[in-house]
Design a protein around this ligand. Structure first.
Ligand SMILES: Cc1ncc(COP(=O)(O)O)c(C=O)c1O
Length: 389
């Protein structure tokens, strides 16, 4: 058998287990609706929570950014790719997060892997929530630090694992999603902060799905006035979700950011984001901080959905956020429900293992400030018709 001939067999096995993934080709900007195969579908699956990805003001800023800076940067930040536009966005994000410094990364995935690996190495200890995003887990595994997986949001389990290495003088880093990406619940921030303090560990919070979406002026789960640098020394946010553009940032102390500049391989060895993305993000950050109605709208949509879903007897997770998953269980059943919704004109793809734990395939319903309450009613009606009795 020639090398790699087993690929087809492996792909066939994925198909049999209903775990094969296919991309849809989208024929429109992302928004309340998206066009798939020439048909407009109500979109309940994007992370464009504030509805800014196709906002004309953000688009105009992007175009102005291209006019001013061109399409690309041509080099990494440390060579000649770091422009005044990146610098201005870093300063604006530092102000937003209440941190002394911020560093931009090309993506949230890169920020997480790069940061954890810049901070930890063999002999150190990393403690990760079981439901952390793949990029946080990959960062921990790649660092070759002792890897500790604690039960989801079970701070007592985390405590026990920290106690097991109490005698170690090596670095300890606790890592958690701020707003859990697939369940929509919030981390137990106050308890995590207290636990980190008790064990002289650092706390890293990745609030990719909370930044812009909840908290004061959209700051997310980490409130700058309540949780300072000593509480959450490493804060990560992404720009491709609520801010509607692309990229990510790490916020923290001067020493943290300088360490990342010297040591984070995912920062050093990659081309800087186009400056136009930074210009567009400055505009979306301005909108996100000032247009409170977008967060109010999200709260109303979530309340309407949760009330209606409860009436229908659908099982909800304890999520106060625009991520409202309906856990189905088996992948085949989740795919079938998603297909039924799609035939009613609604796009809610099934999320299956390994993105979520085995046996918890789901429809990850997400809301955007662009949705109307009537859209939620349409979703509930379609769910009522399509759900197995
Ligand atoms: C919690 C979390 N962190 C990081 C990322 C990755 O961000 P990006 O899409 O910018 O790579 C995601 C993306 O889905 C996420 O859910």
């Amino acid at each position: 058998m020639a090398a790699f001939d087993d690929l087809t067999t492996t792909l066939g096995a994925l198909e049999k287990r209903r775990l094969y993934r296919r991309r849809r080709v989208i024929g429109s900007p992302t928004g309340r609706e998206v066009v798939v195969n020439g048909r407009a579908l109500l979109n309940f699956c994007s992370n464009d929570y504030l509805g800014l990805a196709a906002d004309p003001r953000v688009g105009a800023a992007f175009k102005a950014g291209v006019d001013r800076w061109g399409a690309g940067t041509g080099a990494s930040h440390l060579v000649s790719g770091h422009t005044a536009a990146h610098e201005e966005l870093e300063e604006a994000l530092a102000d937003f997060t209440g941190r002394p410094r911020v560093l931009l990364f090309g993506s949230g995935y890169a920020a997480n892997v790069g940061t954890i690996n810049a901070l930890l190495g063999p002999g150190d200890h990393v403690f990760e929530d079981r439901l952390n995003h793949a990029s946080l887990l990959d960062g921990g595994w790649l660092s070759r630090a002792h890897f500790n997986w604690f039960a989801h949001s079970e701070v007592s389990d985390l405590e026990a694992r920290l106690a097991d290495c109490a005698s170690s003088t090596r670095r300890k880093l606790i890592v958690s999603d701020g707003t859990f990406s697939m369940d929509g619940d919030l981390c137990r921030l106050t308890e995590l902060v207290a636990t980190a303090r008790r064990h002289s560990a650092w706390l890293m919070i990745d609030d990719a799905h909370g930044c812009g979406v909840h908290g004061t002026a959209g700051c997310g789960v980490v409130e700058p006035v309540a949780q300072g640098l000593d509480d959450v020394p490493v804060l990560v946010g992404t720009l491709g979700k609520a801010f509607g553009t692309a990229g990510a940032f790490v916020a923290g102390s001067e020493a943290l950011i300088e360490t990342l500049i010297q040591r984070a391989r995912n920062y050093i060895y990659t081309t800087a984001l186009p400056s136009a993305v930074a210009v567009a993000t400055l505009e979306s950050l301005r909108i996100a901080r000032t247009e409170e109605w977008r967060r109010d709208r999200l709260r109303d949509l979530v309340a309407r959905f949760r009330a209606g879903a409860t009436q229908l007897g659908l099982r909800l997770l304890p999520s106060p956020t625009p991520i409202q998953p309906l856990v189905i269980g088996e992948s085949g059943a989740a795919l079938a429900l998603s297909a039924a919704l799609e035939s009613s004109g609604l796009l809610v793809p099934a999320i299956r293992p390994p993105t979520v734990p085995a046996g918890t395939a789901r429809l990850r319903v997400t809301f955007s400030a662009l949705h109307e309450l009537a859209d939620v009613d349409r979703l509930l009606e379609a769910l009522e018709q399509a759900s197995p009795a």
